[in-house]
Ligand binder design. Structure first.
Ligand code: DLL
Length: 432
């Protein structure tokens, strides 16, 4: 359900509100967070100098390493007495970072999660199964509080124990599933093994995020579970899930501008890009008390559009996350993300979509991208000519998606994993 007062606010008024909140946030950081006080002083800026939204560009970025330098509580802007919850980021790109929330922050977060779930059509008649982890990560509790705020009946399953999870879904008549897209897909497969299908489920909506996924995966999950699947985005440093979410039109994720100020910057130079251009998302919190952040570089690559949406919401829309700056490869001048290759492989039978490796090398001074793809046992033992045909087909599909030439090699199942079971997705062997 749309909340017209905030979600479809006139854009001029929204900009005024953002400026007022931005000044307040910068002031809070300057007065209460020693890191920011020092940073602002060094760059000769104070909250009093912020008189328009573009003035934010005078403030330096905050990066993950800054947060690490303040581990664990160095970025808190209030005393620990006022912090009622502590979470951590997933730490997939290094050490985890700690985030603290005041009571108001939890209220705000629940409200934004309720907003996200309502945008996906969830209401108080729904049974919402939360299959994100209930842990220091923000998925489980973030969805839990939001779904309760909507008035739905919440089933706090957490992640794992999949057979029981599927059985509960059938027994309780769960109507909304919240999980990572890959776990939703896995659940669908386990359900099939248990003899359950769409007929036994009452599911109608899925709200999926926490990891990159593609339109192809969306379609596959929708078919498997008989649902409409919605994308939701967030990161714990800035709050958790509920920073941006899709509405019923599913044409981009509305980024909640009354609470966050988004910018898109060139990931290499830090220059601010105009809306519509692809770049790194940078976020400033506008309401947070416990751990406000100014110009935080998310590392996520996307675009922002500020054209009106048919749903009536006026907040800008963010495109699907295309990848992370740490994953982005520049090959012969083109930007390439592993997720693009994954998306292509997803549609091809006989290959496992996640099991591939990109190797970039220099040959005669030119960048060459090699894609090693694991194929299933059945395909691998097929005739040589069939393998060659498949290889050629994969090559042309990847080339048309990336817009550059590639070399493809099909390899045996499980051969790309290292001895610790992990697969290094990108090997950049170029010497710069
Ligand atoms: O993943 C919060 C979350 C929980 C979001 C549940 C959505 C649903 P972190 O553990 O801090 O927080 O990881 C944040 O995950 O910077 C993105 O790279 C990635 N990510 C999150 N949502 C999406 C999405 C949570 N919808 C990091 N699409 C972010 C692509 C996503 N990537």
């Amino acid at each position: 359900m749309l909340n017209p007062e905030i979600e479809s606010m006139d854009r001029m008024r929204l900009q005024e509100l953002k400026l007022q909140k931005l000044r307040e946030t910068v002031r809070r950081c300057e007065e209460n967070v020693p890191f920011y006080r020092k940073r602002f002083k060094e760059s000769g800026i104070s909250w009093k100098d912020i008189n328009s939204l573009p003035d934010i560009q005078r403030i330096p970025f905050t990066i993950k390493d800054d947060l690490r330098s303040g581990y664990p509580f160095g970025f808190f802007a209030v005393s620990l007495r006022e912090i009622v919850r502590i979470h951590a980021s997933s730490g997939t790109t290094g050490e985890p970072t700690i985030v603290g929330y005041t009571r108001n922050d939890i209220e705000q977060w629940s409200e934004l999660m309720a907003r996200s779930l309502s945008a996906a059509g969830v209401d108080d008649s729904d049974i919402v199964q939360v299959a994100y982890g209930y842990s220091m990560l923000t998925g489980g509790l973030g969805f839990h509080y939001g779904a309760e705020r909507v008035g739905a009946s919440v089933v706090p399953m957490s992640v794992g124990n999949t057979k029981r999870q599927v059985t509960m879904m059938v027994d309780l008549g769960t109507t909304v599933l919240c999980s990572t897209p890959s776990y939703a897909f896995f659940m669908g497969e386990v359900a099939k093994e248990l003899g359950f299908g769409k007929k036994q489920f009452k599911l109608r909506v899925g709200v999926f995020g926490e990891e990159p996924w593609s339109e192809t995966l969306r379609e596959r999950i929708e078919r498997l579970l008989g649902i409409s699947a919605f994308d939701i985005y967030g990161l714990s440093e800035v709050m958790g899930p509920g920073i941006a979410a899709e509405c019923e039109l599913r044409d981009g994720l509305h980024l909640f501008e009354d609470s966050f100020l988004p910018e898109i910057v060139n990931p290499l130079t830090g220059e601010v890009c105009s809306y519509g251009e692809q770049g790194e998302l940078v976020l400033t919190t506008l309401n947070k008390e416990g751990m406000p952040l100014v110009r935080y570089r998310t590392g996520d690559i996307t675009t922002i559009v500020d054209e009106p949406c048919g749903c009536g919401r006026t907040h800008v829309r963010m495109g699907r996350i295309q990848g992370r700056t740490d994953d982005m490869l520049i090959i012969g001048g083109a930007n390439v993300f592993p997720s693009q290759v994954e998306s292509v492989l997803m549609d091809i039978e006989g290959v496992s979509p996640g099991s591939f490796q990109l190797v970039v090398e220099k040959e005669a001074g030119l960048d060459v991208l090699k894609v090693n793809v694991e194929v299933s046992e059945r395909i691998f033992s097929d005739r040589m000519s069939a393998l060659e045909d498949l290889q050629e087909f994969i090559k042309s599909e990847i080339e048309s998606s990336l817009g550059i030439g590639v070399k493809v090699k099909l390899v045996e199942p499980s051969s790309l994993k290292q001895s610790d079971g992990r697969l290094t997705r990108v090997l950049d062997r170029r010497e710069f």
